[in-house]
Design a protein around this ligand. Structure first.
Ligand code: PGA
Length: 240
């Protein structure tokens, strides 16, 4: 695992977008694992600019998003489906049929997990998985736990995650559950890029960098991945 420190979020977005450009130039039909949250937005904006400038195309790209809320309509303004369309998909040439999400409203969560795992496998696996990180060290919605998870599952969100994300829902209580890719599915990605910005992530980044691998710090598993890059700004690196 390599940790690179950048001056600010803008510099990270440039470096991250360049990584995508490299991959898409080499493999135009790459499989991208995508993340939601505030952190990846500047990177998505750079990717849109690159697309507009004719530097990259998503026409043969397939995407798999990490997670989706349960008990929320897919078209709700706060769903991750909506988030991805507003922040990336609607502005590039990706084909809707190549866009994949976990169904947070699936009748059978186990069957949904299997469906997603099979779809990822059928697509050839994820070439580049983008991750943010929670203040509690979660990746996707894998919260601190007694053991590492494998495939996708329905998770009860922790209070720490609710505290971080309630702001997006205003006065409406946010969902308490989500469907999330498991740690095993994330670790099977060929390459992983984790980005973190701001002082609120400094403690999680310090724990990640310590090298100790424990399910109580879900991101720590990345120490065992063969090709992971962590891009942090100065604020998120302040405890290193
Ligand atoms: P954020 O979320 O980018 O909105 O901080 C990251 C995460 O919780 O994984």
């Amino acid at each position: 695992m390599e940790i690179k420190v950048f001056e600010n979020a803008e510099e990270i977005a440039v470096a991250a977008a360049n990584l995508y450009k490299e991959l898409l130039t080499e493999k135009p039909d790459a499989v991208l694992g995508l993340a939601t949250g505030a952190t990846p937005v500047p990177t998505y904006q750079k990717l849109i600019k690159m697309y507009e400038n004719g530097e990259i195309s998503f026409k043969d790209v397939t995407t798999f998003n990490l997670d989706e809320y349960c008990d929320l309509d897919k078209n709700d303004k706060n769903s991750y489906y909506t988030f991805m369309h507003e922040n990336l998909f609607n502005s590039v040439d990706i084909k809707e049929e190549n866009v994949n999400f976990l169904d947070g409203n699936a009748a059978d969560y186990d069957a949904e997990s299997k469906r997603y795992a099979e779809a990822i496998k059928a697509a050839g696996g994820v070439d580049l998985q983008l991750l943010g990180i929670g203040t509690n060290g979660h990746i996707a919605f894998n919260e601190p736990a007694d053991e590492f998870t494998d495939e996708a599952f329905r998770v009860t969100l922790t209070q720490s995650t609710i505290n971080s994300n309630q702001k997006y829902f205003g006065d409406v209580p946010m969902p308490r559950y989500a469907m999330t890719m498991g740690i095993g599915s994330i670790m099977r990605s060929k390459k992983i890029l984790l980005i973190a910005t701001g002082a609120s992530k400094a403690d999680a980044i310090k724990k990640l960098a310590s090298g100790e691998v424990t399910p109580q710090i879900p991101c720590s598993i990345l120490n065992n991945h063969a090709d992971t890059i962590v891009m942090v700004d100065k604020a998120a690196a302040e405890l290193l």
